[in-house]
Design a protein around this ligand. Structure first.
Ligand code: NAD
Length: 350
């Protein structure tokens, strides 16, 4: 079988950490090209990971390279147009999260993917964690009985990312779009992706623009705006979401908060026969009318690798990925409903 010709757009942090190394190591992939507005950065990473060609214009890359697949690793606001361009050239897509930050764009992308018969996977990395998959087995088996409450949170004490993330014109939103998307997507997917009925949300610009010393942060590779000069987004978000069937979700997200540092994504699910927590992975039940706690014993995995390899597999087999564009659209709709509720100060019904 011929190797897949894969391109990557965006030679930034996530491309360097996740996409490039795992395309490079995949035996069925030829890393054909890397595109970034910054030619120097693209050249440097292309040399490091063995990408054959370098472009400063993604259009030119699509025109010249006859790619089979592409990863889109650019700021959120650029995703929609780049995905459309890839489809126009008959290329399958792995787009970083969130799919996009606009409801009409999301709708157009779903229609375009379906119309073109293209695979469009959204990079919901946490779904590929082995502990998540273990916990999901309990949920899928019905071990918790009727699910009625799920709590999802990711609360950083000091973790505002440096770079375009705090500039709404580039990111589409603050901590909700950046890490809230992981928490919301994961919890929603774990409980079976129920339909959203209503949302009440609140976005806060609290202490995210801190001057704290010696606190590490996710760094954009882009020097522009590195010091968070533009900061017009929330750094704390919370929401209460009601789903069809009666399940409710509480979501809490922060880039910075005066509470304990807890960068881990936490999801706790409660049902009438049992409950389960993701971190640590423990099943809470009752046996012979005695309370029990069962610790799940799970080896960690390289979930970025598993995510990239899954995408390659889906492209080769023409199979729908674990995180589809349709699911990506629903997550964007939920995020935007939270924003709408925060802006209007009212519950939003869908
Ligand atoms: N799945 C995860 O765990 C995870 C983690 C971090 C970031 N992300 C996502 O990955 C994406 C990129 O984040 P990052 O931290 O790597 O950002 P980054 O700023 O480090 O890199 C972005 C790169 O894109 C380039 N770029 C911007 N517009 C471009 C365009 N039109 N064409 C070509 N190149 C362009 C920039 O020059 C920069 O090099 C975001 O959508 C982010 O939400 C996902």
């Amino acid at each position: 079988m011929e190797r897949l010709r894969v391109g990557v757009i965006g030679a930034g942090t996530i491309a360097r950490v996740a996409h490039l190394p795992h395309y490079q190591s995949h035996p069925d992939v030829e890393l054909a090209a890397l595109a970034d507005l910054d030619a120097l950065r693209a050249r440097k990473l292309a040399d490091e990971f063995g990408a054959k060609a370098v472009y400063t214009d993604a259009q030119a890359m699509f025109k010249q390279e006859r790619l089979d697949a592409v990863s889109i690793c650019t700021p959120n606001r650029t995703h929609a147009e780049l995905v459309q361009t890839a489809f126009a050239h008959g290329v399958d897509v792995l787009v970083e999260k969130p799919l996009c930050s606009d409801a009409e764009d999301a709708e157009r992308l779903v229609a375009a993917a379906e119309g073109a018969g293209r695979i469009c996977m959204v990079g919901m990395t946490h779904r590929f964690r082995s502990d998540v998959q273990a916990v999901k087995r309990f949920l899928d088996a019905g071990d918790l009985g009727r699910l009625y409450y799920v709590r999802a949170h990711i609360l950083r004490r000091r973790g505002t990312p440096a770079g375009w993330f705090t500039d709404k014109s580039k990111s589409g939103g603050g901590c909700l779009m950046d890490i809230g998307v992981h928490a919301l997507d994961l919890a929603w997917w774990m409980v079976g992706m129920p339909d959203l009925v209503s949302v009440s949300g609140q976005l806060v610009q609290g202490i995210g623009r801190y001057q704290t010393l010696m606190a590490s942060r996710w760094q954009s590779s882009d020097a522009a705006n590195q010091e968070n000069q533009v900061f017009d987004v929330e750094d704390f978000a919370t929401a209460y979401l009601r789903f069809a069937g009666g399940l409710v979700m509480q979501l809490e997200v922060s880039w910075a908060v005066n509470g304990p540092q807890d960068d881990a994504l936490k999801v706790d699910v409660f049902g009438d026969r049992g409950g389960i927590t993701l971190d640590p992975p423990v099943f809470y039940g009752e046996h012979n009318r005695v309370l029990t706690e069962s610790r799940l014993s799970v080896e960690g995995n390289d979930f970025y690798r598993d995510e990239i390899y899954h995408f390659v597999d889906c492209v080769q087999r023409r199979q729908q990925p674990l995180c589809t564009v349709q699911q990506g659209q629903k997550v964007v709709q939920m995020l935007l409903a939270i924003v709408r509720s925060a802006e209007t100060g009212r519950e939003v019904r869908l």
